[in-house]
Design a protein around this ligand. Structure first.
Ligand SMILES: Nc1ncnc2c1ncn2[C@@H]1O[C@H](COP(=O)(O)OP(=O)(O)OP(=O)(O)O)[C@@H](O)[C@H]1O
Length: 315
């Protein structure tokens, strides 16, 4: 089990991470969700052993990981990191790149392993292509396959699907994350992609300015968002007074997602004027004005600009 206890980490004088504590069991998948610059990559680099952690400890199965000041080659051998700037050899073929990470003792076994890895990342047809002739997304997939070559115990992925088009992305995510489960490889992904985090992780750690904002299962996180920052990861969200939907005495503000609102046939306290309407494939997203505040709600059909609607919580 991996045990991360970061009391604080700073680059020079500036504190980047503070009070980050979590454990990761074998085969478990944790997503680090946070806005750009909040410290996701820094966290992965600390776990991998590229950065020295002065205030805190990282243990793997009771063994303290020592970091770059105490090891000859930074980076633990049983952990693989696929960084944002992935390093792959441009003038060799995809197969040669993967082969360079295998034992080379048994040619036939290595060949089978290369084919298996290419299948996971869907690059079978590019086996003999020079890496320099691949697209950005294809290179990213080679980097992923390379990290998997030696079956690490922990895989750290920094925005692993950022260069991959939506068409392939979901398929690749399903394949890679189920491969990791099958092989019992623990995984930490740094991502902005809440759909990926909700669908594939066991736990989510949401960061804000380098500290823990929320931690829990995807379902727990989604059901318990209570601020605009937290809800912002899951699309458009409205922060509205609770009293609009319950008694006048309620004083809290609550997060209401667009799919939780619908047009009411009767008058309600939430009277809005439609400003714009966007086609979303399965429905329309209406942008409307409520007392000078922009709010969003879903509707099965388009609404005209200026349309006045009364909204209620959908049933
Ligand atoms: N080597 C460094 N020296 C000083 N500051 C750094 C260094 N690397 C990163 N930072 C700063 O630390 C903060 C956290 O950076 P980090 O790369 O961990 O964020 P991130 O959440 O991964 O961002 P992104 O999603 O944009 O990749 C940023 O403000 C960044 O400017």
């Amino acid at each position: 089990m991996l045990k991360v206890e970061i009391d604080s980490f700073s680059y020079s004088e500036r504190t980047i991470l503070k009070d980050i504590h979590f454990t990761l069991k074998p085969g478990e998948h944790l997503s680090i969700l946070g806005e750009s610059g909040c410290g996701k990559s820094t966290l992965l680099h600390l776990v991998y052993g590229l950065l020295h952690l002065e205030n805190g400890t990282i243990h793997y199965n009771e063994k303290k990981l020592l970091g770059p000041t105490k090891t000859l080659i930074p980076g633990e051998p049983f952990i693989k990191l696929v960084a944002q700037e992935f390093k792959i050899m441009p003038f060799t073929t995809v197969a040669e790149n993967l082969g360079s990470h295998l034992s080379r003792l048994d040619e036939e076994k290595d060949e089978k392993r290369i084919d298996e890895l290419l299948k996971v990342v869907e690059l079978e047809t590019f086996k003999n292509t020079l890496v320099k002739n691949l697209s950005g997304g294809q290179k990213q997939r080679v980097a992923l396959a390379k990290a998997l070559a030696n079956e690490p115990e922990i895989l750290l992925l920094d925005e692993p699907f950022s260069n991959i088009d939506t068409f392939l992305k979901s398929k690749l995510q399903r394949k890679i994350f189920s491969y990791l489960k099958e092989k019992n490889i623990s995984c930490i992904t740094a991502t902005h992609d809440s759909e990926e985090a909700l669908a594939f992780s066991d736990k989510i750690l949401m960061l804000k300015n380098g500290t823990e904002e929320m931690y829990g299962t995807p379902e727990f996180i989604y059901k318990n968002v209570s601020t605009e920052y937290q809800a912002g990861f899951f699309g458009e969200a409205n922060l509205l007074p609770e009293k609009l939907f319950s008694s006048e005495k309620a004083s809290a503000e609550i997060i209401v997602f667009p799919h939780q609102l619908e047009i009411s046939e009767e008058k309600t306290k939430l009277e809005v004027t439609v400003k714009k309407c966007y086609f979303k494939g399965t429905h329309f997203l209406a942008e409307a004005d409520y007392n000078g505040k922009i709010i969003f709600f879903n509707n099965p059909f388009p609404l005209r600009k200026g349309n006045i609607s009364y909204l209620k919580i959908s049933e």
